[in-house]
Design a protein around this ligand. Structure first.
Ligand SMILES: Nc1ncnc2c1ncn2[C@@H]1O[C@H](COP(=O)(O)OP(=O)(O)OP(=O)(O)O)[C@@H](O)[C@H]1O
Ligand SMILES: [Mg+2]
Length: 596
């Protein structure tokens, strides 16, 4: 329950809606209570008229009473409408704000957070958990107020008619609340299971759509179908059980209302027949009994909602607890400084070691090197040797576990993170493009969205992808991804390079981003990049010697350690690991040529 205090700040923010909501609830209930009272006096009035044998225009009397009754209904309905319009609307605003807050936190948190959390959980927090909290802020609160106000007004009215009858009639209500609470918590448990199975089923279906090519190629259709059927079967059985419990719900309530009404008629009837006047009570009339039956019915739903409300509040509290824990997380990489970052002065690694969060094993060991403006620094090494990890450190997705990365002898955390990242163009190894137009993907990294088409074309020309784009019917407006064109691996890599170039970075990081293009295209792109290499520092990671042979300095990595450094020629003359790699790749190339 404590966790829900967090959203009190939103109730304060929307206090007018909230206060008016309460007011409308009171007014609507007031008219609701007047209706049975009026009905009862109308019946008694009719009876008096009939008894008195006076000539009366009954039709006119009926119309008059009916019109007043309708007036009350309309007023009650109108304020009910206003009550929903204020409180439920407020809850939607709260939901919107909370989602924004959570999403902001998602954007603030860094890679180490994303490594520890599954995408499904992340999605759940922003959709399901917030949804449950909204149920508390909207319907939960609304029905609670409604219950309290309704109870006070109705019971107050009942007591003015007959205190003793009131006690008898109210007896079944607590039983009903407890019963409903039990039924709804059973239902909640069951629906949680149903939900779990449902999300399992949809993940399964989603995966099988995404992997349909593999499924078909490996002829696994039957196995997958069986797996899906089994899950669907479980889902069906659980849903059936839920339906069964659900089916008990309404009959139980109706039975208990019936019981109360019966008591009202029986005991009220006795009071009339015996013509007893209990001390302090008015004489019971038929109209009074009718009013009681109406009041009991009016009380039922608020009471029935008691069990439901308490389960809503419990679930919302659990959800808000999760949300609070998440909102309290601090990103490990924080932007604490405003100092602009003089990247043009070069960047230095001093004894940098690094282990991924949650792991004790270092994947980089005591790396020291530096990179200056105008230079190209290349990394080569077997798979898993730590090349991409170095790129992640350079982009400050993580900070080193020990040692430091510094500019002008001051480590990176002393400079503004925003400013530092602003100067970097990263082309990651696993290319990611958004399901949007090519133009928007290219402009993604720049502030001014209105880049001229010449600039776009120039960058694409450098990345040697312009001719591909122009071949598409819609050119730069071609939509990528699920709803549009699927690009080849090499095309994606080159668009991703152009995207980085458009940022005019001071540090360009190319993480194995030419792996999917042929050596000729690679040559062209490298030549283009070389042309303005003097304006920035370039880091290039590759498995292929052809990509890096012209680099200012080449670093050979093995299991996170630097094993050799030097220019291409220097490394060849050392006849070490680099030389072996070179010989091997040369042989492969020759083999390839003779085979061709
Ligand atoms: N997110 C991660 N969490 C934990 N360990 C990781 C993570 N990413 C990489 N590693 C580990 O760090 C080591 C270096 O990985 P890295 O991706 O830097 O290699 P790489 O040289 O880029 O390899 P490749 O040439 O295949 O791209 C590997 O042992 C890998 O298992
Ligand atoms: Mg890598």
């Amino acid at each position: 329950m404590k966790s829900l205090r967090y959203i009190n700040k939103y109730f304060i923010k929307y206090k007018w809606r909230f206060l008016f909501g309460i007011l409308f609830t009171v007014v609507s209930n007031y008219f609701g209570v007047q209706m049975p009272a009026f009905f009862s006096s109308a019946i008694d009035q009719f009876q008096e008229q009939v008894k008195s044998n006076e000539p009366t225009d009954y039709l006119w009397l009926a119309l008059e009473l009916g019109a007043i009754y309708m007036g009350f209904s309309l007023l009650k309905g109108f304020f009910l409408f206003l009550m929903r319009q204020t409180i439920i609307v407020m809850s939607r605003y709260v939901e919107f704000d909370l989602k924004k807050e959570i999403y902001g936190q998602y954007q603030a948190l860094d890679q180490s957070f994303y490594k520890q959390n599954a995408t499904g959980d992340l999605m759940n927090r922003i959709s399901e958990d917030v949804g449950l909290v909204r149920m508390y802020a909207g319907p939960g609160i609304m029905y609670t107020i409604n219950l309290v106000v309704g109870f006070i007004l109705i019971v107050g009215k009942m007591i003015t008619i007959s205190p003793s009858l009131t006690v008898f009639v109210l007896l079944p209500l607590p039983v009903m609340s407890i019963l409903i609470y039990k039924v709804s918590s059973t239902m909640n448990k069951m629906s949680l299971e149903v939900q779990k199975e449902q999300s399992f089923l949809s993940t399964l279906a989603q995966e099988s759509f995404a992997g349909i090519r593999i499924i078909k190629a490996y002829q696994r259709e039957e196995q997958i179908t069986e797996k899906v059927s089994a899950s669907a079967e479980r889902y069906k059985n659980q849903s059936m059980r839920l339906v069964l419990v659900n089916a008990f719900f309404s009959p139980t309530i109706i039975f208990l209302i019936g019981l109360s009404s019966m008591i009202a008629i029986y005991y009220g009837g006795l009071l009339i027949i015996e013509d007893k006047i209990t001390p302090g009570e008015k004489k019971m009339t038929i109209g009074g009994i009718v009013a009681f039956i109406m009041y009991v019915t009016n009380l039922t739903w608020p009471f029935a909602s008691l069990g439901w409300i308490s389960s809503i509040i419990q679930r919302a509290a659990a959800s808000q607890q999760r949300i609070n824990e998440f909102l309290q997380r601090k990103p490990q990489i924080e932007d604490l400084s405003n100092a602009p970052c003089p990247l043009e002065n070069g960047l230095q690694f001093d004894n940098v070691s690094f282990a991924y969060p949650g792991s004790d094993t270092d994947v980089l060991h005591n790396l020291s090197f530096e990179i200056q403006k105008g230079q190209t620094l290349a990394f080569i090494g077997a798979t898993g040797s730590g090349k991409s990890t170095i790129c992640s450190l350079l982009a400050r997705h993580f900070d080193p576990t020990s040692g430091q990365i510094s500019i002008d002898s001051k480590s990176l955390p002393n400079y503004s993170l925003q400013n530092y990242r602003h100067k970097i163009g990263l082309v990651p190894q696993d290319v990611f493009l958004f399901s949007d137009t090519i133009a928007n993907n290219l402009k993604f990294g720049v502030e001014q969205k209105e880049l001229s088409s010449e600039e776009l074309e120039a960058a694409c020309k450098k990345a040697h992808v312009l001719h591909n784009i122009q071949d598409f019917q819609d050119g730069f407006q071609t939509i990528l991804g699920e709803r549009g064109v699927n690009l080849s691996g090499g095309q994606k890599q080159r668009i991703s390079i152009a995207r980085a170039l458009l940022r005019k970075p001071e540090l360009l990081i190319l993480d194995d981003c030419l792996s999917a293009v042929d050596t000729e295209t690679e040559e062209i792109i490298l030549d283009e990049l070389q042309k303005d290499a003097a304006t920035r520092a370039t880091i290039i990671v590759s498995h292929r010697i052809s990509s890096i042979r012209n680099a200012t300095k080449i670093i050979v990595l093995d299991k996170g350690c630097i094993v050799e450094t030097g220019t291409h020629e220097e490394l060849l003359s050392q006849k070490g690991a680099y030389y072996d790699m070179y010989q091997f790749q040369l042989e492969q190339e020759k083999k390839g040529e003779t085979e061709a």
